[in-house]
Design a protein around this ligand. Structure first.
Ligand code: URP
Ligand code: ZN
Ligand code: ZN
Ligand code: ZN
Length: 467
């Protein structure tokens, strides 16, 4: 015996930069050795014929967030981290939402309580800032950045969340001084309100009009403005959930000027279109998210941005509501107008298989780019590297073993989330994560949940490597 707890033998390992055949020796939850024929261990996992990848890191996940009266998010930390594990993920970054009139400390206390003892995989919180007070800017936020909460999201739209330009600048100024990363939801709130009122006056209230209420110009304008504000405040910025070429070109232009402007896209912008919101019997509500899915040309633009590196990360924006449930998509007033349909769709488990199959297996991106946008860049972006996001000696043994040949028809029961549908139902997928390991502990193996639900830890983060 060589003293390893586990050896993963004979697999084809890929990182963001290299592919090689080696065994992985795991000791005390970390990768202790990479080499040929590492031999025996307490457990040997045969990975011959399989691809051994860093576990996915999903930098954009919503769990247990309040969503308006009577509406309940379909995943808590238990079901959300379970579903993530089935989809080959080993760390997720959910949001801790500050409610108006409350401090960030109160919010964090509440979200840590929601997560305590209920995580299958590791978690780290981003903060959502909704109430920009002098105390928050001057004291709370800088202290929390020191404590490892090194990124926060701000919104340009949504009632109760949208910040003014002045408030955005103030948050950005604090981020600059603290060297934190600002994430921006870029849509023009007033334009959405104007268009929503106009559509409703015309009686256009079905789910499909959600897309018409937030056309590309709404996102392009806000993306431009967010970048300009970040330039003025002299701070890096991450534009999340980019859906189309015009918004992407704003990012590209800023990158060309040498600004630290980063972009994220998500499965819904590669695989869905606004036509999906046009289903019979309100089925379109299943696809209501913001920004909305667009058209074929926008899908191609988002693929292009992933391939060329305009987008450095690919995240799920998992934000699940049940469809067929009185507390879900069509709760209360949801049937009366798209205005009241909660925004967000599930995707934490489908994200990696979708990109693996349609990206890697179809030759649009190579496996290194896949690993980069789903794990390594996520870890660097959000201060988790080098502990997470790669396969290297000394890193956490956060590993997903993929069967690159397995053909799967995507159905909701494979995803093990708390929702009651998947937007990707029926898609034919090639490649599937057959084993997910978090810090050396197998959490999912061959479609069976093995990991205890208190294995997941809260990870204290460093600052972004890009700030
Ligand atoms: O529609 C969406 N994306 N809902 C989740 C919240 C957000 O804006 O990311
Ligand atoms: Zn958002
Ligand atoms: Zn989101
Ligand atoms: Zn189901």
């Amino acid at each position: 015996m060589n003293g390893f707890d586990t050896v993963i033998s004979g697999g084809r390992i890929s990182t963001a930069s290299d592919t090689f055949f080696a065994d992985i020796g795991i000791k005390d939850g970390c990768i202790a050795a990479l080499g040929m024929e590492l031999g025996d261990a307490a457990e040997v996992i045969d990975a011959a014929g399989k691809w051994v990848l860093p576990g996915g890191i999903d930098g954009h996940v919503h769990l247990s967030q309040p969503s308006g009266e009577g509406i309940v998010m379909a995943d808590d930390f238990e079901t959300g981290t379970r579903s993530a594990a089935f989809g080959g993920n080993t760390t997720i970054l959910p949001f801790c939402l500050q409610e108006k009139g409350r401090s960030l400390h109160e919010a964090l206390k509440a979200y840590h309580a929601k997560a305590a003892g209920k995580c299958y995989i590791d978690v780290a919180f981003h903060l959502i800032i909704s109430d920009v007070t002098e105390t928050l800017l001057g004291q709370e936020l800088p202290a929390l950045v020191e404590d490892g909460y090194t990124s926060f999201k701000i919104f340009m739209t949504y009632e109760g969340l949208a910040l003014s330009d002045l408030e955005m600048l103030k948050v950005m100024e604090t981020a600059r001084k603290s060297r934190a990363l600002v994430m921006v939801h870029a849509e023009n709130y007033d334009a959405i309100r104007f268009l929503t009122d106009r559509l409703e006056q015309l009686g256009n209230t079905a789910p499909k009009f959600h897309a018409a209420s937030r056309p590309i110009a709404v996102e392009r304008e806000a993306t431009h403005r967010a970048i300009a504000l970040a330039e003025i405040a002299d701070v890096p910025v991450m534009i999340v959930h980019v859906s189309n070429r015009e918004a992407m070109n704003e990012i590209l232009r800023a990158q060309g000027k040498g600004l630290k402007v980063f972009g994220e896209t998500c499965p819904q912008y590669l695989f869905l279109t606004a036509d999906d919101l046009d289903g019979l019997n309100m089925e379109g509500a299943k696809y209501v998210c913001s920004p909305p899915p667009r058209d074929r040309a926008s899908q191609l633009a988002c693929w292009d941005g992933l391939e060329r590196g305009v987008f450095s990360i690919f995240s799920s924006d998992h934000c699940p509501f049940r469809y067929d449930d009185p507390k879900g998509k069509l709760a209360l007033r949801g049937r009366t107008s798209f205005r009241w349909v909660p925004n967000g769709i599930p995707g934490v488990a489908a994200r990696l298989p979708l990109l693996f199959s349609e990206g890697v297996m179809k030759g649009r991106i190579d496996i290194h780019r896949f690993v980069a946008v789903t794990a390594t860049n996520q870890a660097k972006m959000y201060g988790l590297a080098p502990r997470k996001g790669t396969i290297a000696i000394g890193s956490d043994a956060d590993i997903a073993i993929w069967d690159p040949e397995r053909k799967v028809m995507l159905t909701h029961d494979l995803l093990h989330d708390g929702a009651d549908y998947t937007p990707y139902q029926g898609m034919e997928i090639t490649g599937w994560p057959q084993l997910t390991m978090v810090r050396g502990q197998v959490v999912v193996r061959d479609g069976i949940l093995e990991g205890p639900k208190d294995h997941g830890m809260h990870v204290v983060r460093d600052r972004s490597a890009f700030v």
